[in-house]
Design a binder for this molecule. Structure first.
Ligand SMILES: C[S@@+](CC[C@H](N)C(=O)[O-])C[C@H]1O[C@@H](n2cnc3c(N)ncnc32)[C@H](O)[C@@H]1O
Length: 334
């Protein structure tokens, strides 16, 4: 019988990721859904866990175990290989691991066979203003792919354009927002991460999608086409130059170091105000108060008062640094 963590459904995906990251999820029992709750089997007791029975799994080897077997066969010895990865379309990103320069091809080939991907690369993170990824190929060489998520196709080149798996819930949430009849400005559109779900499912009348990086812009145009989206007006350039003013009911600021763009985002709102989806990264000490403080201070300068409609940690960005989103409603003070 395992220790079990009982969580509410709406928290389940976030907690599942955390359990996987901390290697706490036990694979020999099933995850059980019951009403509003999900029960996760654990490898050991943690705070708040219960000791209870869950149905056993019919144990099949995990993809990780199968890859490990193939690698051990090829090298005639064991090698520590990553037990987590990001699959974006048919391209796989692995974290750097000891020996990847020497044995990368063998490991990459094993992952490619088991996970049915054409290319495997080592992912070192994103850098710079344009959030460009740093990767090293270990198997295959085609880095262009089409990732399908929530019924939306995202074409991209993973060697040049980032795709954050950790933002999946936020992309899905953007598709659930009722933006009926709204004019939206997406200040950091990228390849359409948030623009596409709002355009496809949210009922927005028009979305102005600003993107500075010509390659990301190229994929944004392609993605509008392959998703049959017609209510988007893509704007190539720095959002501070190209974003239209006094036009929107809704503005998305999906970036990091976003504070310096917030005033320009507020300028996109109609005079009667609207909603800002404000993203940024904050330390553990800052995250409970600073996002609201920043929005209120900036809004005040434009004569708006602020109501916080929603706030959530999207993901851990670095140790003690959190990616936060806040939905704030700005309305004129009088
Ligand atoms: C990669 S996205 C951020 C991640 C995205 N929100 C997600 O869900 O994964 C940020 C985009 O903003 C673009 N960008 C950065 N600064 C910009 C600016 N001043 N104006 C317009 N686009 C900008 C970058 O080129 C990049 O494509």
């Amino acid at each position: 019988m395992p220790f079990v963590l009982k969580v509410r459904k709406e928290d389940a995906e976030r907690i599942r990721r955390k359990l996987v990251r901390k290697k706490l999820l036990a694979s020999q029992w099933k995850i059980v859904v019951d009403g509003d709750y999900i029960y996760f089997p654990l490898k050991r007791k943690i705070d708040g866990s219960l000791y209870m029975d869950l149905p056993q799994r019919n144990r099949r080897k995990t993809p990780y175990e199968r890859v490990k077997e193939l690698v051990t066969e090829s090298l005639s010895r064991e090698l520590e290989i990553p037990d987590y990865w990001e699959k974006i379309g048919d391209v796989l990103l692995l974290p750097p691991f000891k020996g990847y320069r020497k044995h990368g091809k063998i490991v990459g080939e094993a992952f490619s066979r088991i996970l049915k991907v054409k290319t495997v690369a080592i992912y070192h993170g994103v850098k710079g203003e344009l959030r460009e990824p740093e990767i090293e190929m270990i198997y295959g060489n085609d880095t262009t792919t089409v990732h399908v998520e929530n019924g939306i196709k995202y074409a991209l080149d993973i060697s040049r354009i980032m795709f954050s798996s950790g933002n999946v819930e936020e992309r899905i949430r953007m598709g659930k927002i009722d933006a009926s009849g709204d004019v939206v400005v997406d200040m950091f559109a990228g390849i359409g991460y948030f623009t596409l779900p709002i355009a496809k499912y949210g009922g927005a009348e028009k979305i102005y999608a600003c993107e500075k990086n010509p390659l990301a812009f190229h994929y944004l145009l392609k993605n509008l086409e392959i998703n049959d989206v017609e209510n988007v007006y893509p704007l190539l350039g720095d959002n501070r130059d190209v974003a239209p003013r006094k036009i929107a009911e809704r503005v998305i600021l999906g970036y990091v170091h976003t504070e310096k763009f917030l005033d320009r985002g507020i300028e996109c709102l109609k005079e009667e105000g609207g909603i800002i989806h404000y993203h940024d990264t904050f330390t553990s000490e800052e995250k409970d108060w600073l996002p609201e403080e920043i929005i209120k201070t900036n809004a005040k300068r434009y004569g708006f008062k602020v109501e916080i409609l929603y706030k959530r940690v999207i993901k851990s960005y670095a140790p003690h640094i959190w990616h936060i989103v806040v939905d704030a409603k700005l309305t004129p003070k009088n």
